[in-house]
Design a protein around this ligand. Structure first.
Ligand SMILES: Nc1nc2c(ncn2[C@@H]2O[C@H](COP(=O)(O)OP(=O)(O)OP(=O)(O)O)[C@@H](O)[C@H]2O)c(=O)[nH]1
Ligand SMILES: [Mg+2]
Length: 284
């Protein structure tokens, strides 16, 4: 037994059950999901601390869909400053070369003193930021900028806001950063946008998880970390999903796929509920 065992016992029965043999069904769901309205795309915006694994998550979803490691949203490990600085839409390809009906927006990471401004995240949620805008850490995007979209179409707006949090860092995330996350979440709540949290880097917490990600729900500490995020940020437990990103692997691993696919299925379903809700509101 490792040192972590005495402090963090491994449960015989996982505290949350997950079907590890359901990859084909979930993959089918991702490949075939279509919003009700013709031509609509589901837009998923990722935010969270710099270096949390936002870009790696996009790469991971693309890898799972292609069945091989893929790297389109550049990820980096150079330090605390955000590596992603530009507002970019990442379309996800299927094996046959066609595109999925959901897209990701990856934004600059949040940090305590610098990083993406909350005002800019709010503008992105409402669809006001044009592709290619480079985030300015001091001044929010102004209405007279060429990158300001004055009349966003339904496709420019965000339907799901995904908060990406590194599991190995929660206890050292300072109060100001958590407050920032909370405030962004409140803006999204006012806009009725669906919200999900992804807990990355679970492998960095325990060697048992690094060896076998199926152990993820056998650690009460993962649950405790999720409860902490729930208490700080207010996102319900059933909207929180631990994942192990592909970031250095040269081969695919079915169990990584399971966690990524399960998180994505929920993200899409929550986002689709939001789309249906807003369409009903438009009609009434
Ligand atoms: N161990 C482990 N490392 C990860 C995981 N996901 C990402 N990483 C590493 O974390 C570092 C940062 O990942 P990125 O995907 O660039 O993070 P980001 O949130 O896009 O960062 P910014 O663009 O700088 O805000 C990289 O070195 C990745 O290799 C994971 O699940 N486990
Ligand atoms: Mg990034």
């Amino acid at each position: 037994m490792g040192k972590s065992h005495s402090k963090n016992p491994v449960l015989t029965e996982p505290w949350r059950t997950i079907n590890w043999d359901n990859n084909q069904d979930n993959l089918w769901f991702l490949n075939n999901y279509k919003p009700q309205l013709e031509g609509q795309t589901l837009r998923i915006l990722l935010y969270g601390p710099a270096g949390a694994g936002k870009s790696s998550f996009i790469n991971s979803v693309q890898s799972v869909l292609l069945g091989r490691p893929y790297s389109q949203a550049l990820a980096d490990n150079t330090g605390h400053d955000s590596f992603t600085t530009e507002y970019t839409t990442h379309k996800i390809q299927k094996v046959d070369g066609s595109l999925c009906s959901f897209v990701f927006n990856d934004i600059m990471g949040l940090s305590t003193h610098k990083g993406v401004l909350e005002e800019d995240v709010a503008l992105a949620l409402k669809g006001h930021i044009k592709e290619g805008y480079t985030f300015d850490q001091d001044t929010p995007l102004s209405e007279d900028s060429e990158f300001y979209n004055t009349s966003p179409s339904p496709n420019d707006k965000v339907q799901v806001l995904v908060c990406v949090i590194p599991a190995d860092n929660i206890s050292i995330m300072d109060d100001e950063l958590l407050q920032k996350i909370r405030r962004i979440r409140l803006v999204a709540t006012k806009l009725n946008i669906a919200q999900v949290t992804i807990l990355t880097k679970i492998d960095a917490l325990f060697p048992e998880i690094q060896r076998d990600v199926r152990n993820v729900y056998r650690f009460l500490e993962i649950k405790e970390k999720m409860l902490k995020v729930n208490a700080y940020v207010g996102i319900p437990m059933n909207c929180m999903f631990p994942v192990r990103n592909y970031h250095e692997e040269i081969n695919m691993q079915m169990d990584f796929d399971t966690l990524i696919l399960s998180a994505m299925k929920h993200i899409i379903q929550y986002g689709d509920d939001f789309l249906k809700f807003s369409q009903r509101r438009l009609k009434s």
